[in-house]
Write a protein that binds this ligand. Sequence first.
Ligand SMILES: Nc1ncnc2c1ncn2[C@@H]1O[C@H](COP(=O)(O)OP(=O)(O)OP(=O)(O)O)[C@@H](O)[C@H]1O
Length: 72
Amino acid sequence: MYLRAFSIQQLHEATNCIKNKLGQGASGGVYSGILKLEDEEVEVALKKLENGIEQGDDKECLDRRRVIGLTH
Ligand SMILES: Nc1ncnc2c1ncn2[C@@H]1O[C@H](COP(=O)(O)OP(=O)(O)OP(=O)(O)O)[C@@H](O)[C@H]1O
């Protein structure tokens, strides 16, 4: 799996300061954006995590947050 990290500033620029909400997941809102890469622009959906990690969280959710944490 190839993971690429983006700065908070890049994500704010991509999403026009996280304004256009597409939907709401259990762990946070999902917003649309356009990420500018070196030679192209890519349409993305970005999730802003809003809740802390609870003891009851399932393994998939915790695994996802560990992977996300490794990219920061
Ligand atoms: N790629 C996408 N394009 C458009 N809308 C999206 C996209 N991904 C998510 N959404 C919107 O965000 C909502 C929540 O999606 P999400 O995948 O976060 O759901 P979830 O798996 O229930 O959440 P969580 O992972 O937090 O438990 C969706 O119902 C949809 O409206």
